[in-house]
Design a binder for this molecule. Structure first.
Ligand SMILES: Nc1ncnc2c1ncn2[C@@H]1O[C@H](COP(=O)(O)OP(=O)(O)OP(=O)(O)O)[C@@H](O)[C@H]1O
Ligand SMILES: [Mg+2]
Length: 270
């Protein structure tokens, strides 16, 4: 079975899609067959790649038209990386999209139909504590939490951890917390510094690699490519994601189950 890495975050806009995309690129570049799935109704992955809302079929088309997921998977030029995008969805139909996906068995069968071809499935799930986050976690093997290096994200983190813990207790005993990645770290800014400090002090499952607030990442978004596709300019940033991918793989590799972090027993934060 492939690993299913659910990327979520306590708050929106903190670089969760950026993390999911670049992690998937890096895992593919490391030789793992990787599928990046966008379960966020906002269509973040397509937007990150400079695509509009009606360009590609994806999850929404599978739900609405009974198209097989294999027919809407998009191969990329990035090695070993394919995409299952959100698909074509009228914004006013988002509530149906969310409730269909949250129906028991839907997501499980969708992923079950494609996973044999992949080592890793990276899922860009929504932020916060909505039903769709729970539904994604219920089908995951690991949760990866993108925590913005700002006080609001750090304060909201307890909510996300509570949801992960509850899904693990009630719906999916196979779910493990892979860890937390600090995103949009700006060490020139004192509130970002103190958010990083409180995360390092409060938790032992924060990855050493962090994602800095970076002009190159912002520029990659503007162009609509991952940083590794920006030539020499993006090389350093791409290497950071490669290092993070190695750290993540160490935790999620089946041979290393013992180093997975158990959310039942987090170190006290307050
Ligand atoms: N490390 C970074 N450095 C600079 N800009 C960034 C960084 N990460 C994200 N951004 C910018 O922030 C915006 C939001 O990023 P992204 O979509 O990855 O966040 P998100 O958490 O997925 O948002 P949402 O909750 O809306 O899905 C993008 O416009 C992107 O350019
Ligand atoms: Mg997003």
């Amino acid at each position: 079975m492939s690993t299913r890495l659910i990327v979520t975050s306590p708050t929106g806009g903190t670089g969760r899609t950026t993390l999911a995309l670049h992690l998937a690129v890096a895992l593919g570049a490391a030789g793992r067959r990787t599928l990046l799935v966008d379960l966020d109704p906002n269509n973040g992955v397509a937007h990150a790649l400079g695509r509009g809302d009606r360009t590609y079929r994806g999850v929404a088309d599978v739900l609405a038209l009974d198209v097989a997921p294999s027919q809407v998977i998009v191969e990329t030029r990035s090695p070993n990386l394919a995409l299952l995008l959100r698909g074509r969805l009228d914004p006013i139909d988002v509530p149906q999209f969310e409730s269909l996906l949250a129906e028991r068995g839907r997501l499980s069968s969708l992923l079950g139909l494609v996973e044999a071809q992949f080592d890793h499935i990276v899922i860009d799930a929504p932020s916060g504590v909505r039903a769709l986050v729970r539904a994604a976690l219920a089908e995951g093997t690991h949760a990866l939490v993108a925590v913005g290096a700002d006080p609001r994200s750090v304060r909201a983190l307890a909510q996300t951890l509570r949801v992960i813990e509850s899904v693990r207790e009630r719906e999916n005993r196979n779910l493990a917390l892979a860890g937390m990645v600090l995103t949009r770290v700006d060490l020139k800014c004192t509130s970002s510094q103190s958010a990083v400090g409180s995360m390092w002090e409060g938790f032992d499952c924060v990855f050493e690699s962090t994602i800095p607030e970076s002009e190159i990442i912002a520029k990659a978004w503007e162009i609509g490519v991952p940083v590794g596709h920006m030539g020499a300019e993006g090389e350093f940033a791409a290497r950071r994601f490669a290092t993070l991918a190695r750290e993540v793989e160490e935790v999620i590799s089946p041979a290393n189950q013992a180093v997975e972090h158990n959310v039942d027993n987090p170190r006290p934060f307050f």
